[in-house]
Design a protein around this ligand. Structure first.
Ligand code: PMP
Length: 357
């Protein structure tokens, strides 16, 4: 087996240990006579996994009492709609910070349901940036404030979160569990699983009980947080195999120690940014003050050189370094499970490429 270094932005690399463990139990899980994929979501084997995954998220993220941990379907994109459907009355206003492509998608959906006040807009800024929190002017009585903690495409990341009276809601799809966050500062955190948490197929939602209880309109049963919170995400069939894989990933994080993992994330990103900053050959796409530790975005002097860089990188068995199709350039997505030696290899390649160009 030759595993490549996988810089894809999501779905993205998973820990080899997790894949191997899943493989070992792929056809038969714990002498149950069947795969976990084939097991009833009401059976004892799956139930233990479901409960363990929730308990592990609570422990790893320090989720306090008074929050529900939910496994929902439809990806983070469905949350863009579910949030205003459940929390924003037609005549109410919600504040949004538009920091880029993902935040703007969240804004677009929310506008279907109520008044949206975009209190800061850096979507078109170059370099990509995050507004300073002391410049934000909140709407009085806003239903909530929505931010995108890490813009996966541009590579801009909030380093500090705003504090306001309204509940703070964060899309952490591309940096959840990659750094220490105080969950109690948030009304809700959500993330698609396919970057830091496991394979695609599930959105993790951490939501405060008072928000679960809020009713601002009549919504279809499956689109109410209350439906899922009151049934522990077992109102309908959950994506059980994805949740099983997510559970294995939480065990992997516990094994490594989250502090070690978080420190490694900072170190990995710094290694690449140090090469970017060393010369004028590379240009980082995000402001230094808010550079992402998860998605490192950069340009070369010309589009031709970028294409050549990418072609050569593929020959080195490193995949996914092309920037998002909407912005071009290059992007190294280095989530939790991306091995540090893969970063070292990229850094060597960058230096060598520059020398030869
Ligand atoms: N938010 C962010 C920050 C993302 O990066 C993505 C996916 N790349 C999404 C939302 C959408 O997630 P999904 O594909 O799970 O709907």
């Amino acid at each position: 087996m030759t595993r490549s270094y996988n810089f894809y932005a999501g779905p993205s690399t998973l820990p080899l240990e997790v894949l191997e463990e899943a493989q070992a139990g792929f056809c038969e899980y714990k002498n149950s006579g069947m795969s976990i994929m084939e097991s009833s979501h009401r059976g004892k084997e799956y139930d233990a996994i479901h409960e363990e995954a929730i308990a592990n998220y609570k422990e790893l993220m320090g989720i306090p009492e008074g929050y529900s941990v939910l496994f929902l379907q439809g990806g983070a994109s469905t949350q863009f709609a579910m949030i205003p459907m459940n929390l924003l009355g037609q005549d109410q206003t919600a504040d949004y910070v538009n920091t880029g492509a993902w935040a703007s998608k969240a804004v677009k959906e929310a506008k279907l349901f109520g008044n949206i006040n975009v209190i800061a807009d850096t979507e078109k800024s170059a370099p990509a940036t995050i507004p300073a929190i002391d410049t934000l002017e909140y709407t009085n009585g806003a239903a909530y404030l929505h931010v995108t903690s890490n813009e996966t495409i541009s590579g801009a990341q909030w380093k500090q979160f705003p504090k306001c009276d309204a509940p703070l809601i964060a899309d952490m799809s591309s940096d959840i569990l990659s750094r220490e966050v105080n969950v109690a500062d948030f009304g809700m955190i959500y993330a698609g699983a396919q970057k830091n948490l496991g394979p695609a197929g599930c959105a993790l939602v951490i939501i405060r009980d008072d928000l679960v209880e809020k009713v601002v309109r009549v919504n279809p049963t499956m689109f109410q947080y209350k439906t899922h919170a009151s049934k522990n995400s077992l109102y309908n069939t959950p994506p059980s195999f994805t949740i099983y894989m997510m559970c294995l990933v939480t065990r992997w994080i516990k094994e490594i120690g989250k502090e070690n993992l978080f420190a490694q994330n900072v170190r990995k990103a710094k290694k690449i940014y140090d090469v970017i900053d060393a010369t004028d050959f590379f240009t980082g796409c995000a402001d230094k003050a808010c550079r992402s530790d998860m998605n490192v975005t950069f340009n070369l002097p010309t589009a031709e050189l970028e294409a050549k860089f990418f072609e050569e990188s593929v020959k080195l068995n490193t995949w996914g370094l092309k920037g998002h199709r909407s912005v071009g350039g290059l992007r190294a997505s280095i989530y939790n499970a991306f091995p540090e030696e893969g970063v070292d290899k990229l850094v060597d390649f960058m230096k060598d490429f520059e020398k030869r160009s």
